[in-house]
Design a protein. Sequence first.
Length: 540
Amino acid sequence: MSSAPPAPAATGSIAAEAARRRTFAIISHPDAGKTTLTEKLLLYAGALGGAEAGSVKARQGRREVTSDWMELEKRRGISVSSTVLRFEHAGTVFNLLDTPGHKDFSEDTLRVLSAVDAAVMLIDAAKGVEPQTLRLFEVARARRIPLLTFVNKYDRPGMEPLEVLDHLASVLDLEAIPLNWPVGLPGSFEGVIDRRTDLFHRFTRTSGGATIAPVEVLDAESAAGADEGAWATAREELELLDAVDEEFDDAAFRDGRATALFFGSAVSNFGVGPLLDALVAIAPAPAPRHEVDAAGEPNGVRELEAPFAGLVFKVQANMDPRHRDRIAFVRICSGRFERGMRVTNERTGRTLAMAHAHEVFGRERSLLEEGFPGDVVGVVGAQDLRVGDTLWLEEPARFPAIPSLAPEFFMFVRNGDVSRYKQFRRGLEQLDEEGVVHVLRREAAGDPVPVLAGVGRLQFDVAVNRMEHEFNAAVRLEEAPWTVARRTEPEDVPTVREATGAEVLVRADGTHLAVFRSEFVLQRLERDHPEITLDRLLTR
Ligand code: GDP
């Protein structure tokens, strides 16, 4: 992987450039094989620059705080970045956005999913849909993101293919449309039948899965001769399927009602090529994006060909110890991005030069000279940018706010050293803006102790760690009594406060959060006051 700046590209029209982009994420439960699959997608795309994919080793006691890609970097010694992996294959530009694996960071994933056009749901053939997969799937479904499902680890015993279909239907209420069908039981996986062409792709193992697995493509006749038993079973199953299953329903796939299903084994490279091909063939390219007006009401779309507009979906400070800075990640939604361009932040009305935009690819951040819808640029040092901000050129734009999950964990946070109060305050402000945690205050109670809130306790570990190491602040955390939260409106605050076991906290941006000691308190309030706003989703 070269760290040299990309050669000045001879690029086509904005529409043509957008059409050849695929911006996606992989959602999975830890250990399903996301790191391995990512690595193999790179191998198949020819993006490892001649390096062989190393065999993946067990990672014992690994903590999920860091990105899986950093882990990949360490293991492989190759350059992959922690937010977006960009690679080109056969004329298609892929932007693979990282999603944190741990459930405590599902908030981050929610934001990443607002910046992709498709997702690959990765499941372990033996374990099926696991809790984190389920959570992320629900977010993907709510956003109607087209899903390709990759049933991984087919080299080991697990669910048989028809069982997988039932499993997805019963657990996720999701129709799965297999685009390939495995030959051989899980554990003695031989290859897949491509349902479109009816050809059998027989896999061969390579040593440790380090190189692309040679595939023999056989037609029905030669395949039957090659392996009667497994082949015949697969054919029978397919006939069964053909009888109930219509043609691939593109509309259902595109709005996330049905998923395209693939079988494979990332570690042995089986089925990775077909998945990559499918991303090109069926995953949607960037499309015009919905806009809202100042009140958040729908307001048409931003056409791809309109002047530049982008959405800030992630803000991260000090991601690389060698570059101590703050990066805002912007997904380009329309127009052509050029380095140095001056854009307006719709929220503040202020302009900023995207002079420090980097293509975030590897540790050596090469400067991105030009970008198109679907691409992600990292804007360095823009202190002003927050998650959910829309940036535009020439014609104002405003994209819908990014939803976030109502927090479930709450801690009082106290300054541990009076002489370092400034550091304490600055740190909290920054963490709130980045969305690492929600920083809330009990404004009317005359109690200045801020409250940290999040969807998982690990968020607090990260917050404390960063407060201490980056901001040189001293903090003390203390359990707060609430367990549930809902967004509420300022006019409902007195009603909520009247309830025993309820309180209202306010975030710096003015969002009001009703917090409750128990689910029961919340339910009682909902029952007694159906007229008040108690919303599960927040926005940033
Ligand atoms: P992640 O936590 O989702 O990123 O998962 P990893 O890619 O780190 O994989 C977790 C474990 O599963 C590792 O030990 C991998 O070697 C193993 N693994 C990944 N893909 C496969 C596969 O296709 N077959 C088998 N048998 N093991 C796999």
